[in-house]
Ligand binder design. Structure first.
Ligand SMILES: [Mg+2]
Length: 237
């Protein structure tokens, strides 16, 4: 089984709205042209646009500090303001707050432990820069659970590049048809692995189902990783 990290094992994005709100209000004294609430609104629009493009996403996730500064700067510019040095301060503060809020999803680590104890051979495949992703693995003591940890920034390529899945299959000496991919991203964790012959379990935390405009069909859909322990999800189809 090839497992995803962010928003599969760790609640990576859950702290984002609170972190943005607090970072904007904490620097209200440095904004003379705009209100923190206006900046927050503009940031919400800009960050949706920023992360919607695959190539911008790839470059951004490999340097989150720069990407975050870009988002704050673009949001201010959208309001006709230039925050100067406060741009960097807000971005840095946001990243620190979000990092502090990072924690494992309920029962997720215990589920990985259960999978391992059940004899399932496990690899962790995560996108993002080497240092911050490796810090997450160490902070939550996750490496002990996996035969293999592949981080985009360490390997030099990431999901949905076929090489990252092939590398994991090779290292585990596993055939695609006997391998599950589990994650929350419909393209990276479902569509691309399926094209390569793997079965894919999609984690739909919002419970909204596959968006109507997507023609992706996960082999299984669960609301959280913990569901793997409490259902027949892994039984043969
Ligand atoms: Mg993820």
């Amino acid at each position: 089984m090839l497992l995803d990290l962010d928003d599969t094992i760790l609640d990576d994005t859950g702290g984002a709205p609170q972190s943005w709100r607090e970072a904007c209000w904490a620097h209200a004294h440095l904004m003379d042209q705009i209100e923190p609430s206006e900046l927050l609104g503009a940031i919400d629009e800009v960050r949706r646009w920023y992360w919607s493009d695959a190539e911008r996403h790839r470059l951004g996730r490999l340097d989150l500090d720069a990407a975050t500064r870009d988002v704050v700067g673009m949001a201010a510019a959208r309001l006709g303001a230039d925050l100067g040095e406060a741009t960097t301060l807000i971005a840095r503060d946001y990243r620190a707050r979000r990092d502090a809020l990072l924690r494992p999803l309920a029962d997720a680590v215990e589920t990985v432990e259960w999978l391992r104890a059940s004899g399932c051979r496990l690899a962790l495949l995560t996108n993002g820069a080497a240092a911050p992703q490796r810090r997450k693995v160490e902070r939550f003591d996750l490496a002990r659970l996996f035969e293999l940890v592949l981080i985009e920034g360490e390997v030099g390529y990431g999901k949905p590049d076929p090489r990252i899945y092939e590398r994991a299959l090779d290292a585990l000496s596993a055939a695609p048809e006997e391998t599950w991919r589990v994650g929350d991203n419909l393209e990276w964790d479902v569509a691309q692995p399926q094209r390569m012959g793997l079965s894919a379990i999609w984690i739909d935390r919002a419970g909204k189902g596959v968006p109507a405009e997507r023609d992706v069909r996960p082999d299984r859909v669960i609301g959280s990783l913990a569901e793997l322990r409490h259902s027949a999800v892994l039984d043969a189809p």
